[in-house]
Design a protein around this ligand. Structure first.
Ligand SMILES: Cc1cc2nc3c(=O)[nH]c(=O)nc-3n(C[C@H](O)[C@H](O)[C@H](O)COP(=O)(O)O)c2cc1C
Length: 265
């Protein structure tokens, strides 16, 4: 795989030789020339994090595709956004578009990942009928759980709700996004949870709501063949799933929460 180091062109005409790119490079692959100019050593040590491009104050370090300048949300705006995000369990009939799914997934490529390896891939089930088919297949599995199985109690509880028309598993969501990784990916679980968290937090900004799908994951854990009904490709591990759709209700107020306990040392 080619790294950013191979495509970066330094515009020495505007480089201020401030050395920031040299200092921020996590793998120290940018050297200082005799006249203080940076020289990029191409090679596999570059993890393509783009910090050199990001930090350059003059734009001298570029690959010709610099996005909008970096900028942070105002603390009040961001904290209100974070406090306002809610798990969504009731949905409008409005279908989720392919573009909305892609918007959610695109933002996750800016999430941190071990060595910037970005191992997370996505299975998108953007069809309410397919989500329902997964719930039906799950119910079928749950009905066959024998009494002596440790999951019997949970299975019975879930079935009671499902049979009463309460889709406790997928909350009748119109769409579901599953983060998957190759089983051998280092830190695939951590990277997936962080990527999903990015999508989860971004969703309300584009009018979508999400809910982490814990029961889906329990079911995929005890009955891996259910992953097939969701179209998870062979050889990939489903790490976690998010239900998604257009929220039926707007949550207008922020619920009270207590400060987490801290062990100062
Ligand atoms: C790992 C994880 C699994 C979850 N699984 C479910 C689930 O299966 N069904 C559900 O309705 N909510 C699920 N939730 C949502 C939590 O219940 C919710 O985050 C919590 O009640 C706080 O509400 P809030 O997200 O609106 O702040 C899950 C959340 C997390 C983080």
């Amino acid at each position: 795989m080619t790294t950013l180091a191979e495509s970066i062109r330094i515009d020495y005409g505007i480089c201020s030789t401030c050395g920031s790119c040299i200092n921020v490079c996590p793998n120290n692959i940018i050297l200082r020339d005799a006249d203080n100019s940076p020289i990029v050593r191409p090679g596999p040590e570059c993890i393509s994090c783009g910090h050199c491009i990001s930090v350059c104050p003059t734009g001298a370090m570029n690959i010709g595709t610099i996005e909008t300048p970096a900028q942070f949300a105002d603390a009040d705006v961001l904290s209100t956004h974070l406090k306002s995000r809610r798990s969504i369990r009731l949905w409008k009939d409005t279908p989720v578009t392919k573009e909305e799914c892609e918007d959610l997934i695109r933002i996750t490529s800016y999430a941190p990942s071990g060595c910037n390896s970005r191992p997370v891939k996505w299975v998108v089930i953007n069809d309410p009928a397919k989500v329902r088919a997964f719930v039906s297949a799950s119910a079928e599995f749950l009905r066959a759980v024998p009494k002596e199985h440790p999951m019997y109690g949970l299975a019975a509880g879930l079935l009671k709700k499902l049979d009463a028309g309460n889709d406790i598993i997928c909350r009748k969501a119109p769409a579901m996004l599953i983060a998957v990784t190759h089983p051998k990916a280092n830190q695939g679980t951590e990277d997936s949870i962080i990527a999903l968290t990015y999508a989860d937090i971004y969703a309300p900004a584009i009018g979508l709501g999400t809910c982490w799908a814990g029961f889906v994951m329990i079911l995929l854990g005890v009955c891996p063949s259910l992953a097939k009904t969701l179209g998870v490709p062979d050889g990939f591990k489903p790490q976690y799933a998010l239900l998604a759709g257009h929220p039926k209700y707007q949550f207008k107020n922020i619920p009270p929460r207590t400060m987490p306990e801290i062990f100062w040392t």
